[in-house]
Design a protein around this ligand. Sequence first.
Ligand code: C5P
Length: 238
Amino acid sequence: MKRIPRLIAALDVETAAGAAGLVGALSGTVDYFKVGSRLFTAEGPGMIRELKEGGVSVFLDLKFHDIPATVAGSVRAAAGLGVDMMTIHTCGGLPMMRAAAEAAMEASLKNNTARPLIVGVTVLTSMSSEDLIDVSCYEGDVESLVLRRAKLAAAAGLDGVVASVREASAVRREFGPDFVIVTPGIRPAGAASGDQKRVASPRAAMESGSSHLVVGRPIYDAPSPRDAAEAILAELRG
Ligand code: C5P
């Protein structure tokens, strides 16, 4: 019996008003709201404070990738805003990931708050093996690179990784039942894949062992975002 993954709605809109409208429409359905670079750049940290004041769980997806001291500072700042989960990029290397994990722990002790989950982005779900070769990053297949980066993330003390459904079962096998696997590129039947290349249905992601599903356009572009989220939950509950 597979565990039903947590549903994360991406607030990939440009204004606080647009985000508030989506949060209102989806209240009580999804488990987390994801603030990415689009909304954060437009509206800033006040947006996160407003969401937290509204009592919702926030996933800050800014994919931090910098020197260890800078990433540690960014993680502390995000923890101070009260985010529940955030992304860093595994490309930043082991010392950077360790610094992020330690900063999250220190911030939660200092602020007396729950420690935010830190997950490492492995390979963007919009990238294929050919794209990896183009950026002179890797000549192997995507799955082996994801596993290699997931190993580093686990060694650094991260809570899990972001990986597509194609790699989720291998990651689950290797890292056990408690490792967080956040999977974007989720497309219910009939939804357009857009720029995503490694896509799958909500059910397929669940069967592959993803613990958290990120859904953007199939929810926020739907005529009724709430109906779209409920249809995904119904598919997951079978
Ligand atoms: O609209 P769609 O469902 O494709 O949105 C997926 C969301 O997940 C976007 O906000 C994107 O930034 C994010 N994401 C991703 N691939 C990753 C990490 C995050 O698509 N590896």
